[in-house]
Design a protein around this ligand. Sequence first.
Ligand SMILES: Nc1nc2c(ncn2[C@@H]2O[C@H](COP(=O)(O)OP(=O)(O)OP(=O)(O)O)[C@@H](O)[C@H]2O)c(=O)[nH]1
Ligand SMILES: [Zn+2]
Length: 234
Amino acid sequence: MEHVPAAAHATVRGRVPLPVLRADGGVTRARVISFDGLADGREHLALALGDRASDRPCAAGVPLVRLHSECLTGDVFGSQRCDCGPQLREAVGRIADTGGYLLYLRQEGRGIGLYNKLDAYLLQDGGLDTYEANLALGFGTDEREYAVAAQMLRTLGVDELDLLTNNPDKATQLRAAGIRVRHRVPTGVHRSPANARYLAAKAGRGAHTLGDDPFDPRDVIRGGRRGSRGSQDG
Ligand SMILES: Nc1nc2c(ncn2[C@@H]2O[C@H](COP(=O)(O)OP(=O)(O)OP(=O)(O)O)[C@@H](O)[C@H]2O)c(=O)[nH]1
Ligand SMILES: [Zn+2]
């Protein structure tokens, strides 16, 4: 497991205006926030969007938050092997509409790093699924910890949020770190022929909720509209 020391005190290092392209072609005004004193020493970022992107964000209401783990191949190159790129662009638009934060976490390859993820892709081409490939390389199936995300949120003054994810582990870990996750809001499922096996493995073995999974659909908000039906899940 990627071990993160107990959360020390962190501070905001900078809040930089950043016009960001939305999936619908429009541009949204964001602020990219950097930190000093993050527990694992990495350059994680928060993107403040919607009403949280203003000079003096008036913290009205519970923010919508996504913890997005870095995926260079998907986020930057548009790789079709996973659904990270479309999820990232979807999240920017939805959070801009609602008000909240996208935490861009430097946890490439579910915490194993870029080169190891590329090795894992070769093993997957030989027949292993996304989790078996990690194990074959000597890693856990998912090495991510979200304590540093909780530290970033506290630094931003966020102790309660709605979480945009299909991954229940993100909610469980944030709650364990003392953040109140009011609702888990599902992200879209961006299927393509090239990522179908990957998504099936995530739903089957990784406990992700992808709409056609064994989890009770009543435990999440459909459509991601705050204030609509939903419950506290774990
Ligand atoms: N080791 C490994 N990592 C992968 C593979 N495909 C994608 N990833 C990584 O998986 C992570 C996906 O991150 P997220 O989209 O934030 O997380 P998630 O667990 O899918 O959960 P949600 O998208 O929030 O539902 C990124 O760090 C990717 O680099 C793979 O085949 N092997
Ligand atoms: Zn990806």
